[in-house]
Design a protein around this ligand. Structure first.
Ligand SMILES: [Zn+2]
Length: 184
């Protein structure tokens, strides 16, 4: 059974909630209903309610990152727009046997780790060239400082979203991220 997609006040998709919890937020006036699943009703002891499929929090909440999700290449590449962060070539511009890889800005051999802030997309050629050097040693700095994307929280939730819910994720994050979420 699909849950309810919860958006922040900014329309940023946050997570998928059980229907019961989503209804609680609506009844307490902490969220407004944006979309209703007309094929389902929620029955409590007292009443029947239309099932919300997308709700939006009335007030913006800052979501603390409690868990550090593992970085998969699917999401790493999507975060970086499928572009090498050193030569800026898109996946589609790579030649013959080149491919996208994960580069550790601070190399693993020098104590680097796999957190979002230390990994970037690199083509195999750039990755080989950088090797296990520091960016400053070889003059190779990522085009965009790596950071953890907010949609990571959604990875575990979107496996069974509806088309209507997918629309809201696409609106906020774009088609690439939606596809990465759905194929991970
Ligand atoms: Zn490159």
């Amino acid at each position: 059974m699909t849950g309810c997609l919860a958006l922040n006040a900014s329309f940023e998709p946050l997570t998928v909630l059980p229907i019961r919890r989503a209804l609680r937020l609506v009844i307490d006036r902490k969220a407004e209903v944006l979309e209703v699943d007309r094929t389902r009703v929620f029955r409590s002891e007292k009443r029947e309610l239309a099932c919300p499929s997308v709700i939006r929090l009335v007030r913006y909440v800052h979501v603390p990152r409690k868990f550090r999700r593992q970085v998969t290449n699917t999401f790493l590449f999507a975060r970086d727009g499928y572009r090498c962060q050193y030569c800026n070539r898109h996946k589609s511009e790579l030649r013959g046997r080149e491919f996208l890889t994960r580069d550790h800005v601070l190399p693993l051999s020098l104590g680097g780790d796999n957190r979002w802030e230390n990994v970037v997309t690199a083509c195999s050629a750039c990755n080989n060239r950088k090797g296990s050097h520091l960016p400053s040693e070889v003059g190779m700095h990522p085009l965009h400082p790596p950071h953890e994307p907010n949609y990571v929280e959604l990875v575990w939730a979107v496996r069974r979203i509806t088309l209507v819910q997918a629309k809201y994720i696409r609106m906020f994050y774009g088609e690439d991220v939606l596809r990465a979420l759905q194929s991970s």
